[in-house]
Design a protein around this ligand. Structure first.
Ligand SMILES: Cc1cc2nc3c(=O)[nH]c(=O)nc-3n(C[C@H](O)[C@H](O)[C@H](O)COP(=O)(O)OP(=O)(O)OC[C@H]3O[C@@H](n4cnc5c(N)ncnc54)[C@H](O)[C@@H]3O)c2cc1C
Length: 385
């Protein structure tokens, strides 16, 4: 077992860190208050800049560990930009890369990698979040076409996206495993209406909205991979990589909290000395460090397991997401405590990071659903023994 990153990964990490600090960090606080149009224009610019570094191409490629290492550098300076980039290149893009037909790949992947096209992943609905069987969106087969009707909720990137992966019933009676399909829907397709951007608590630069599909008519060519009924399995495979990406987001936010807190602990004085020298403050920094370091190790372990097609990988990516999302909640809380009352003020970096961190336990499988999944897998394992 080797805990050292390869020289290639260390090089990428250093390059990306320098680029993000120079090009992305200066605008990250602006996203929090910018009007939607300005924030959207800034985000498009950020994606173009990232495309220039090869980052989006890396997310679309096969070097999963490399994309985690490099992604942390981005999440550390701008969690919103990370979420938009990962939604486009991983939640949408990896879906096309892994399961798309040649035509689908040729159309979408170059646009995503160049930052000229943005993707989104539309699964959640008002009555279908943790329990996707409650989904209402359905595609009906009529005269050789598929007619989609339904409403998707809380879709990251919807206000910006050029194309969507949309999860829908194609044969409700067959159940989720055989009766659902992922469709590639273009923003300009007839019958698609994008809602107004929703005001979120954090990650305000990664715009979120609902989507309405009203008699949206497509051909078989819009089915991801070309075959109906395979949506559930494909989504489960994709979710492994999405959970890993959310874990990277958490560790990035955790690093930013630590940076803010250590620098504050060194400079802020009380009772005649820097507050970092008080045991109560130092202990908080130690706990933050521990959560982040273990979280990063869990990410590396899950990334290697996914790369090696290890059957344990779905559980390991759930464990990483569960640990890092709860961990970053604690880290952000400790960072606020280290900053005292000034951390609570609007405009303080830790106040924004605290709000950004809260997302991770909710999206792409809540903590409760991760625990339920891990427990179910463990029960099956021990029953077999
Ligand atoms: C900012 C943001 C961006 C998002 N982006 C996307 C996106 O791009 N695409 C997308 O498809 N979705 C997206 N989501 C939606 C997200 O994935 C869902 O919110 C999440 O899956 C939870 O679903 P829900 O909100 O309907 O909550 P519910 O499923 O209603 O859950 C409410 C509470 O009940 C608990 N609960 C439910 N069932 C159980 C159970 N069986 N056992 C124990 N507890 C249970 C949950 O854990 C939770 O605590 C986004 C959400 C947010 C906040």
């Amino acid at each position: 077992m080797n805990y050292e990153l390869s020289d290639a990964h260390k090089g990428l990490q250093a390059e990306m860190g320098n680029f993000c600090r120079a090009e992305i960090a200066p605008g990250s606080a602006i996203f929090d208050e910018a009007p939607p149009d300005e924030a959207a224009a800034r985000m498009r610019k950020n994606l173009k800049k990232l495309a220039g570094t090869g980052f989006l191409n890396l997310l679309l490629g096969e070097d999963l560990l490399g994309s985690c290492v490099v992604g942390e550098e981005l999440a550390r300076v701008c969690p919103s930009t990370f979420l938009t980039a990962m939604t486009s290149a991983i939640a949408f893009g990896r879906g096309v890369k892994r399961f798309g037909t040649n035509t689908q790949q040729e159309r979408h992947l170059p646009l995503l990698a160049a930052g000229d096209g943005i993707g989104a992943f539309a699964c959640t609905e008002a009555e279908a979040g943790s329990d996707l069987a409650g989904m209402q969106t359905a595609a009906e087969r009529r005269n050789g076409h598929w007619i989609l009707n339904g409403e998707k909720d809380l879709v990251t990137n919807a206000p910006l996206a050029d194309f969507f992966l949309v999860f829908a019933w194609t044969h409700r009676e067959a159940g989720l495993e055989r009766g659902t399909t992922l469709f590639l829907i273009e923003r300009e397709a007839s019958g698609v209406t994008i809602g107004s951007p929703l005001a979120t608590m954090g990650l305000r630069g990664a715009p979120t909205a609902g989507i309405r599909l009203e008699n949206c008519t497509v051909t078989d060519e819009a089915i991801l991979g070309g075959t109906a009924g395979e949506g559930w399995g494909r989504m489960q495979d994709l979710l492994e990589e999405i959970k890993l990406a959310i874990s990277v987001l958490c560790v990035g936010i955790g690093m930013a909290c630590m940076e803010e807190s250590t620098s504050h602990a060194k400079t802020k004085k009380a009772f005649g000395k820097p507050i970092g020298l008080f045991e109560g403050v130092g202990a908080k920094l130690a706990t933050m460090y521990m959560f982040n370091d273990i979280g990063r190790m869990m990410i590396c372990r899950a990334a290697c397991a996914i790369e090696q097609r290890d059957p344990e990988s779905p559980v390991l990516s759930s464990c990483a997401k569960l640990f890092t999302s709860e961990g970053v909640g604690q880290i952000a809380d400790l960072a606020m405590q280290v900053h005292g009352g000034h951390g609570y003020l609007k405009g303080a970096a830790v106040e924004r990071l605290y709000r950004d961190a809260r997302f991770a336990e909710l999206a792409y499988g809540t903590s409760e659903m991760q625990r339920a999944f891990i427990a179910r897998e463990s029960l099956d394992r021990f029953r077999a023994a």
